[in-house]
Design a protein around this ligand. Structure first.
Ligand code: ATR
Length: 280
């Protein structure tokens, strides 16, 4: 494509949106992959998501990332959905092609790629524990199940919500993964991977889980990240577990969106280091 043509336009849509790192992440990817594109922030009014998307498409926009609080509306807006977005019930990546709006969800594959590729930990035949059963937990179900763990347990404060996610997982599973829902107190045995998908970290709390779930080979993964370690990771650290926060998931979900749009897979290692340094 000639660089005399206008760059392809992308946005991240949310409310609030000012602090989104997506524009700088995608600008970095576009640079290293030599893609002629621009990526901006789009603040949509709380009651104006569909109208904002329509205006952006009208202006020739090619694709959008969608963040809080519009992921469910993006799901409803899509005319086509990937299987992982269907199971997630939420969309974070939209691609516009004529009348079609393709909706995908790259959060789960971002999480899995960060664990399997970046941390080098295979999940096949492992015991995985997912803490939480809200939107963040649901968003990562299919990619985690696709790794074919031996066992996949969802624990939540409200048991019924964990049970609902297990029913969804059963509908999409191939029957080889042992699925279970439970409350904190019923958790037993050690896990290879424990993922915190609760929002307890926001109030600096930890789900009340037993120390016996961790050993020195357990990877404790928090979907959140920040300058300070979350309460969950601090707890896991006292149990001697391996620790990982959600910065890699942020970068990898963006890389997957970029791949969907551009057909090119960007390198992520240098950017991860840069973002980590910026947090310190
Ligand atoms: P998100 O989009 O971040 O997943 P959500 O859909 O509101 O937000 O879900 C929040 C999750 O964190 C739920 O699993 C919630 O547990 P309940 O289903 O019982 O409400 C969990 N959660 C929030 N605060 C928590 C806390 N202090 N301790 C344990 N779990 C908590």
């Amino acid at each position: 494509m000639s660089h005399f043509s206008a760059p392809d336009q992308y946005v991240v849509i949310g409310n609030p949106i000012a602090h989104s790192k997506s524009p700088s992440i995608h600008a970095h990817f576009a640079g290293i992959c030599a893609q002629h594109m621009e990526y901006a922030r789009l603040l949509a009014p709380l009651d104006g998501f569909a109208a904002s998307v329509a205006a952006f498409r009208q202006a020739g926009g090619k694709g959008a990332n969608v963040t809080v609080p519009f992921k469910l509306e993006a799901y409803a807006l899509a005319t086509q959905l990937s299987p992982r977005a269907q199971l997630a019930g939420a969309v974070n990546t939209l691609s516009f092609n004529g009348d079609q709006i393709f909706g995908d969800n790259t959060d789960g594959v971002g999480l899995v790629n960060d664990i399997v590729r970046n941390a080098g930990i295979a999940l096949k035949n492992k015991r995985i524990l997912l803490l939480g059963a809200g939107g963040a937990a649901r968003g990562v179900l299919l990619p985690l199940l696709s790794e074919q763990p031996a066992e996949f347990v969802i624990a939540n404060r409200t048991l019924s919500k964990a049970e609902e996610l297990i029913v969804l997982a059963q509908q999409h599973g191939n029957g080889t993964v042992k699925l279970q829902s439970c409350v904190w107190a019923a958790l037993q045995g050690r896990f290879d991977l424990i993922i915190n998908a609760t929002s307890a970290s926001l109030s600096d709390e930890v789900p009340p889980i037993s120390a016996t779930l961790f050993d020195s080979n357990t990877l404790a993964y928090d979907m959140m990240y920040g300058a300070q370690m979350t309460a969950f990771l601090r707890f896991a650290q006292t149990q001697g577990a391996q620790l990982r926060d959600g910065l890699g998931m942020l970068v990898e979900q963006a890389a997957e969106s970029f791949y969907i749009w551009r057909g090119v897979r960007p390198e992520t290692a240098a950017l991860m280091l840069e973002l980590r340094r910026a947090l310190e």
